[in-house]
Design a protein around this ligand. Structure first.
Ligand SMILES: [Zn+2]
Length: 723
């Protein structure tokens, strides 16, 4: 129940009862005498059994409507179902997932992992096999207003017969009309499945399955009869395909399924139009260049052009929208999460790498140009390579689609192979000539240990992409000078990258100047035009990359930074209920020294823990060379020599444990710090009933942003006068 409740999107809106999912999550975090979760579970079970009085059904099963403008001037209604209805639906959908897949496959693949990809790969396989063949044809089927028109009486009967375990709930939701609220208007919901109902797609598929089964029974020799919800794919002998079309036209209406002829397509691999007659308003495709489920299938020229039209042409306007926010951190996050690699990943998974290599290259160029726009200057080539690395390896996570396209394609092919084989009823790989080329393309990008050999069936894109990134990191490092090498090694330390993905909320919000300084320093881009005398100390040279500002001991910047990190850690110790004490005096007998920035009584085995925090820079002369070879050298050396040597034995002799907590100026942590933070997040997670991963991200985000903000400020306060 809790898992399903947490699966709602953050900020998810309230339906007719006015309760948002986040309200219930908050209520669960406050434990009263009866657990909220228990009450909620009882209520959802009650709903699932259809025991709630039918008088409240129009509200619980109703929704608020929001109107979003369509391109053609129409209005697209977005329904916001009630939280209790959505929650019950989610829980029940989960319980029937396996049974539903067994029932629908291979005809319908909406709930099968990789289902949509398998449909695209199947089309490509068939069109390659039957190119130029005048006896075969394919059809794409589309229905008019499919979800709103499907017959309720039909899916209620199907659900009763095939999935009785959820029938009472489905019957409760759909056996009587519910209410849709749109401004001051109230609309009665009388037909179709409701948008926003987690079971909606399933109920639609139940009806569609009747039609598909009929086609399968009468035309068993069709090469393809696969559906992704209301997107139908038919392929086979022309006569069979036409008969299937007739069945859909004839038997669909009694189920509420009406074909939308102008949106249906007839694909003729031979290009011959004269062989038969069919409705004039159906689009004819002569040859094998088509698209299905948002991906192009066909020649390289067609695929390149398709991606250029559907994606590349729209990207500049999207970026303009980001830029108009006038907040660099937010614009960058939108680029990272919504408009870079993720925007094209569906295409590179479903189209062979060769067929869209030019489009990928152009897309990657656009993404880097946008990054340059945000940072405010051109990127040298080593910075471009770094920006394209994953954040785990010190990059900005703006992966180059061209570089990762072979990895994406082969992992998609192998992870959906079983489904493709079931759709086509044969071994689909025999005909796929793109696999050897993709293996070769991938192998040219990775270390010999990670190369793919014939017979391997890699399915995990993350593993393949990581191998590419690692090799890319190594070759980038090999070309760098010692300063940049040490910088990149430090950026790749665990959790150093947290600032990149931190959302600009409360203290984690960075000003434009802060973000741009941090990004430039991270990527090794000059912040100043020339070296100049540091305006704070007046003694040392302020280098163009701003590194001196991090170690300059004037203006109290280092103390402020140290205290900020200590306070951040202290607040988290408080949240963990560890009763921490800041700067505890008299820990060492006969000494006024205060080695404990934070003291935690009773930390482990009856002993208190003395935490000694510090920030060190891996780029300072004394550790630069070693930092360029070993990640984390600087913080660990500082922890050993400056902290442990003078204090550990003395602290331990007083009966306490000692933890030097050293952070590098790029965000890496000394040994022992991360296990300590893990223990802390676990405690906070229990205390506030929040998932560990959420607590952990929040803590690392805070520490990372706090550090970076102070570093940026010490640089900006040292700008030369004529800057
Ligand atoms: Zn200075």
């Amino acid at each position: 129940m809790l898992k399903k409740l947490r699966s709602f999107n953050k900020g998810s809106a309230a339906g007719p009862t006015g309760i948002r999912p986040s309200y219930i999550v908050s209520a669960i975090q406050v434990q009263n005498q009866t657990s909220t979760l228990e009450i909620l579970t009882d209520f959802v079970n009650h709903l699932a059994k259809g025991l709630v009085p039918s008088d409240v059904q129009p509200f619980i099963a109703g929704a608020f409507l929001v109107g979003i403008g369509k391109k053609d001037g129409g209005i697209r209604p977005i329904a916001i179902g009630d939280v209790f209805r959505r929650l019950t639906g989610k829980c029940l959908a989960f319980t029937i997932l396996n049974d539903a897949n067994n029932y629908f496959l291979p005809s319908q693949c909406v709930s099968a992992p990789g289902g949509a990809e398998a449909v695209v790969h199947s089309w490509r396989s068939l069109l390659m096999e039957f190119e130029g063949n005048a006896d075969f044809a394919g059809m794409k089927i589309d229905f008019v207003n499919a979800f709103n028109e499907v017959q309720r009486s039909v899916f209620l009967k199907e659900c009763h017969d095939k999935f009785p375990q959820i029938f009472k709930w489905v019957n409760f939701c759909y056996s009587q009309h519910s209410l849709l609220f749109f401004g001051s208007h109230i609309i009665s919901s009388q037909s179709g499945v409701q948008q926003g109902d987690p079971l909606g797609p399933f109920l639609f598929c139940l009806v569609l399955q009747i039609l598909i089964t009929k086609i399968n029974k009468e035309l068993p020799s069709l090469s393809l009869n696969s559906w992704y919800m209301d997107d139908g794919s038919l392929f086979g002998n022309i006569c069979d395909v036409l008969k299937a079309w007739d069945i859909i036209k004839l038997s669909g209406p009694e189920l509420g399924l009406f074909v939308n002829a102008p949106k249906c397509e007839l694909i003729l691999p031979s290009g011959n139009l004269d062989c038969f007659t069919i409705e004039a308003d159906i689009k004819r495709i002569q040859g094998c260049n088509m698209d299905i489920l948002g991906s192009p299938v066909g020649s390289k020229a067609h695929c390149e052009d398709w991606v250029a039209q559907k994606l590349l042409r729209k990207v500049p306007a999207l970026f303009d929208g980001f830029n108009s926010l006038d907040h660099l951190q937010s614009s960058f996050l939108l680029l990272l999460f919504c408009a870079s690699f993720c925007k094209i990943v569906w295409n590179i998974r479903t189209v062979p790498p060769d067929s869209i290599s030019d489009a990928c290259h152009k897309f990657d160029v656009l993404v880097i140009q946008e990054l340059e726009f945000l940072i405010g200057c051109g990127l040298p080539s080593h910075s471009v390579l770094q920006a394209q690395l994953s954040t785990k390896l010190g990059g900005l996570g703006l992966r180059a689609s061209k570089q990762h396209s072979a990895a994406a394609y082969v992992s998609s092919i192998f992870s959906s192979k079983e489904l493709i084989d079931r759709f086509l009823n044969k071994d689909s790989l025999i005909l796929n000539s793109h696999i050897p080329d993709s293996f070769a393309a991938f192998n040219s990008l990775v270390h010999s240990d990670s190369k793919l050999t014939p017979g391997m069936t890699p399915t995990d894109q993350r593993m393949l992409s990581l191998a590419i990134d690692k090799q890319s990191l190594n070759s980038t490092l090999a070309d760098l000078n010692v300063l940049d090498k040490a910088r990149l090694m430090s950026c790749s330390m665990p959790h150093a990258n947290s600032w990149i993905r931190a959302l600009p909320i409360a203290n984690n919000k960075l000003s434009n100047l802060e973000w741009s300084i941090i990004a430039k320093r991270w990527l090794g881009i000059a912040i100043f035009e020339d070296d100049h005398l540091c305006s704070a100390c007046g003694k040392q040279v302020m280098d163009v990359f701003g590194h001196h500002a991090v170690v300059c001991d004037c203006s109290g910047d280092r103390i402020k930074r140290h205290n900020a990190i200590r306070d951040c850690l202290f607040d988290s110790c408080v949240a963990a209920c560890w009763a921490p004490v800041k700067e505890s005096p008299f820990l060492l007998a006969g000494s006024s020294e205060r080695p404990a920035d934070i003291f935690i009584p009773n930390f482990s085995h009856g002993k208190g823990l003395v935490i000694d925090t510090a920030v060190t820079c891996p780029l300072q002369r004394t550790s630069l060379h070693d930092s360029s070879r070993v990640a984390g050298f600087s913080c660990n050396k500082y922890a050993d020599e400056v902290k442990s040597k003078p204090f550990r034995a003395r602290v331990e002799s007083e009966g306490f444990d000692y933890l030097p907590f050293v952070v590098e100026s790029f965000g890496g942590f000394s040994e022992g710090a991360i296990p300590f933070l893990n223990k802390m997040t676990s405690s906070i997670s229990t205390r506030f009933s929040v998932e560990k991963a959420v607590c952990s991200k929040s803590l690392y985000d805070k520490l990372s942003i706090c550090l970076m903000k102070h570093v940026a400020r010490s640089i900006s306060s040292r700008f030369p006068e004529n800057f």
